[in-house]
Design a protein around this ligand. Structure first.
Ligand SMILES: Cc1ncc(COP(=O)(O)O)c(C=O)c1O
Length: 485
């Protein structure tokens, strides 16, 4: 049976407080309407998850220092609009109206047409000469492997050595026996879910998060439990509440240049996240796919603070997605368990790509500084173009990663994604990165566009946005500070 989250009056008042900072728009009309629309906005933004039990009217009235009649009327308005439901004895909880727009980007896979500029994936092109040299080196090693059967279920020793060396260099002691090579980080996560996940399990996720991971969780019929990220980092209080209320079995976190926000967890946040989850015996999976594409040096890996943490990595962002090489670092007993599961899934990854990746990893300190400098320039160029063509949008410059998580100031992401097609663009709507229709105000843009394509792309995006913004924001905003001061 689905569990019901709950939010108390103090927590909701805190979220409503953040709403006023994010949306300093004065409103007119009655107090209860403003309260109702502010709660509605929290729901649509994903800051207040669907199926969350709201505080009692009396409790929220006390927390907001307003009258109970105001809260009663606001809850009534939410029910009428389809954003809340109540049952005697069960209280009031958040819902979505039945007629909400469907997410227009059903698939997140790379585009198969060439006529559109594809802004849905955020993946870099290969580093030309280095990749070629890596494959040439790999081919010289091939005869050695051709004398055997070629199945290395844990990965080639040379690559496991190179991956372990990278962890050691980052301050996390790691032996090659703690590594299993996979066919990318997405494969690594599905392997972990296949080995450890069960239907009905609750899985804590950053909210927003990487869409293909969300789909993988849903595919095994587990239930994502969203813990909404704050503007500048991880909400540790909300995590503790989610752990208490949902009894999760797994957590999937992205502390290193989070996708899509670009956030980087501090040392303190890492320690806190690791300890909270370890205390509750939650199997914590950290996806470090973006760790090597940051503009600042990340703190030591989250696994430093809890030995049971399972860490996923990828060559896709550092070097090239087409290598299809990733890995898992875990305790040796866990690696053996994962290998047993792998035996009936895909058996092993191809030797040439593994040798090429080992070669690239051994040269990472020469290759990656160029990649980071290039991405930083692209980030600054994209932010400057957005400021010029879409001055109403708010973009927090990311600490790293391959994308910008833009706040459009209006709840039009799905509509924009649909309209973008007519302007020759393909977008992934904000709700693709969350659960229950959240993030309608957001859109993710890649930093990986060729430079000469950036300006015309942003120009087209601005035209598409104008066409949907003309219809106005379907969700009213409010300034609660004025109302409850
Ligand atoms: C957070 C995250 N995990 C996993 C992946 C997939 O990585 P791979 O290409 O190694 O499967 C991506 C790619 O976008 C990602 O951003």
């Amino acid at each position: 049976m689905a569990y019901m989250r709950a939010i108390d009056g103090r927590q909701l008042a805190r979220l409503l407080g953040r709403t006023q900072e994010a949306d300093p728009i004065g409103g007119t009309g009655t107090v209860y309407r403003h309260l109702a629309s502010a709660i509605q906005m929290l729901i649509l933004d994903g800051r207040l998850a669907i199926q969350t039990r709201l505080p009692s009217e009396r409790e929220l009235a006390t927390a907001l220092a307003t009258s109970r009649t105001t809260v009663t009327a606001a809850y009534d308005a939410l029910r009428t609009a389809g954003y809340a439901a109540s049952r005697r004895g069960a209280g009031t909880w958040t819902t979505l109206p039945d007629d909400r727009p469907a997410d227009p980007v059903a698939a997140f896979a790379p585009s198969t047409t060439s006529t559109h500029i594809d802004l849905a994936p955020a993946a870099p092109e290969a580093p030309g000469p280095e990749l070629r040299a890596a494959y040439e080196h790999a081919l010289t090693q091939l005869p050695h492997y051709m004398s055997g059967h070629g199945y290395h279920i844990l990965g080639l020793p040379s690559l496991r050595d190179a991956i372990a060396a990278r962890f050691n260099a980052r301050g996390l002691p790691t032996t090659p026996e703690q590594i299993i090579v996979t066919s990318g980080a997405q494969h690594a996560f599905t392997l972990v879910l296949a080995a450890l996940g069960r239907a009905g399990d609750r899985v804590i996720i950053d909210h927003p998060t990487y869409p293909n991971a969300l789909d993988a969780i849903r595919r095994i019929h587990a239930e994502p439990v969203p813990v909404t990220l704050a503007e500048d980092g991880w909400d540790l209080e909300a995590l503790a509440a989610a752990v208490r209320q949902s009894g999760p079995r797994l957590a999937y976190l992205l502390p290193d240049f989070q996708n899509p926000t670009g956030l980087l967890a501090s040392d303190v946040e890492r320690r806190h996240l690791a300890e909270t989850l370890a205390r509750a015996r939650v199997v914590t999976v950290v996806d470090e796919s973006n760790v090597e594409v940051g503009f600042v040096t990340p703190p030591p890996p989250l696994a430093t603070y809890a030995p049971g943490v399972i860490t996923l990595g990828s060559a896709g962002k550092s070097f090239w997605g087409g290598l299809r090489i990733g890995w898992i670092r875990a305790e040796q007993t866990m690696i053996r368990r994962l290998a047993t599961t792998r035996a009936n899934l895909d058996l092993a990854s191809p030797p040439v790509e593994q040798e090429a990746t080992a070669h690239l990893l051994r040269q990472a300190d020469e290759i990656l500084p160029h990649r980071r400098a290039d991405l930083r320039e692209r980030r600054d160029a994209m932010i400057a173009l957005l400021a010029e063509y879409l001055p109403g949008w708010r973009v927090r410059p990311p600490d790293g990663g391959l994308a910008l998580w833009c706040d459009m100031g209006m709840h039009v992401s799905s509509r924009l994604t649909t309209a973008a097609g007519q302007h020759g663009l393909r977008l992934a709507a904000g709700p693709r990165f969350g659960v229950d229709g959240a993030f309608e105000r957001r859109i993710r843009l890649p930093l990986t566009l060729p430079r000469d394509v950036m300006q015309p792309t942003v120009q087209r995006l601005a035209h598409a946005f104008e066409s949907v913004a003309a219809g106005g924001d379907p969700v009213a905003t409010t300034n609660l500070r004025e109302l409850f001061a």
